[in-house]
Design a binder for this molecule. Structure first.
Ligand code: FBP
Length: 378
């Protein structure tokens, strides 16, 4: 269940992966490995590069080398994400000193007051990515409409969707917060991206991850079930991410749940009954809730756990956004052997109706998510 220390060697090389060219993908269309979570896996293993471990850059290059037709755009995009993550991490660490606590006074399309750190993170990721020639469009929780790439920059093959700073309500309390991201390969033919490049099923995702700014800064990433889920810890003294959580795997079930139980009175009574049964001392469950999705899901990925955010009177379609919260975390959790549903359907099979569409979310160890889904689908 937890991340293993890692002497690394090469194993299976898949034929089709996220780095593969458009023609190779067309030839293999419909047989994408992450369609079935138990597909063949290719987790690059190499001897530890430095005493500190293997750098993110080395890991990405090794993974890319398994795809001779790759053009390097995805690696460049992931490196730019890591760069922006380092900048935001540094600013979060000294937010209290840099006057970065509190709100800007404006409200975003979600109806939330924009925090100063939300704005900083949003601008930092956009600036780090827009010039690199690897994306044709971006989507951000903080932006009403898709973010166009300025004409002076060239358009790339990918689309980047982000929650620049998740857990905004925790910024001033020094609790874990984070950036969550989804990467699609474009389907539109060239030039600026279109809504067709993002309003599509999560099974089209080529890479996803998050950066949690907590006691340490950890970037957790997957480029598909065949590559597993890897965690990289930032060494602020060196300014490098090093592989610290190799091939994160979830066990089939857990004994820990995370939810805002203050809303339980608004939930489906069958769900309330299910949760009440967990409180039987003989059941041996405990509860953990940080109130920032990235912090709660990171803990659950590392230690096992079930996170749930059911529909409420205030949020009948759920609170969490599909494109840059539910999709990326479902992609990671499935690649780690877990599951994610909206109570009835697999999250990755949803097709968002809009860039800020929301969904209920039940995510974590597979057997527990399946148990809730069976109850709510009955
Ligand atoms: P943002 O902070 O990005 O808007 O995310 C929403 C969020 O803060 C999640 O991180 C968290 O899981 C949830 O809302 C907490 O909601 P609540 O306060 O209703 O428990």
């Amino acid at each position: 269940m937890c991340a293993r220390a890692h002497p690394l060697t090469f194993t299976i090389v898949p034929r089709v992966g996220p780095f593969a060219s458009r023609s190779r993908r067309r030839r293999h269309a419909g047989r994408r490995p992450h369609a079935s979570p138990r597909a063949s896996r290719y987790v690059p293993r190499m001897s530890s590069q430095f005493e500190e471990g293997t750098t993110l850059d080395r890991y990405l290059l090794e993974t890319m080398h398994a795809h001779p037709e790759a053009r390097g755009q995805l690696v460049t995009l992931l490196k730019q994400i890591a760069l922006a993550g380092k900048l935001v991490s540094a600013r979060v660490n000294r937010a209290g000193l840099a006057g970065m606590f509190g709100a800007t006074g404006s409200m975003n399309i979600q109806g939330e007051y924009v925090q100063k750190m939300d704005l900083y993170a949003n601008e930092t990721f956009k600036r780090a990515i827009e010039h690199a020639g690897v994306v044709c469009m971006m989507v951000s929780e903080e932006e009403d409409a898709p973010v166009a790439i300025p004409e002076r920059f060239s358009f790339g093959d990918y689309v980047f969707c982000m929650d620049p700073l998740d857990g905004s309500s925790n910024i001033d309390t020094n609790a874990s917060i984070g950036t969550i991201f989804t990467i699609f390969r474009r389907v539109s033919e060239g030039g600026p991206g279109t809504l067709a490049d993002v309003l599509r099923p999560g099974t089209d995702i080529v890479a996803a991850g998050y950066i949690v700014y907590g006691a340490g800064t950890v970037l957790v990433l997957s480029t598909g079930v065949e590559h597993g889920v890897q965690g990289f810890t930032l060494d602020p003294a060196v300014g490098e991410f090093f592989l610290s959580h190799h091939d994160i795997r979830l066990g089939d079930s857990t004994r820990s749940y995370s939810c805002n139980e203050a809303y339980a009175a608004q939930w489906d009574p069958r769900l309330r009954a299910w949760l009440d049964a967990l409180k039987d001392p003989k059941a041996g469950w405990s509860a953990r809730y940080i109130g920032s999705l990235v912090g709660d899901v990171h803990r659950n990925l590392v230690k096992g756990g079930l996170f749930l955010y059911p529909p409420t009177a205030k949020a009948p379609n759920g609170k969490l956004r599909i494109l840059y919260e539910a999709f990326p975390l479902a992609f990671l959790v499935e690649a780690a052997g877990g599951a994610a549903t909206d109570g009835r359907r697999r999250i990755l099979e949803l097709v968002p109706e809009g860039i800020h569409a929301r969904t209920p979310l039940f995510i974590g160890n597979r057997e527990d998510v399946e148990a809730i889904t069976r109850i709510l689908s009955a």
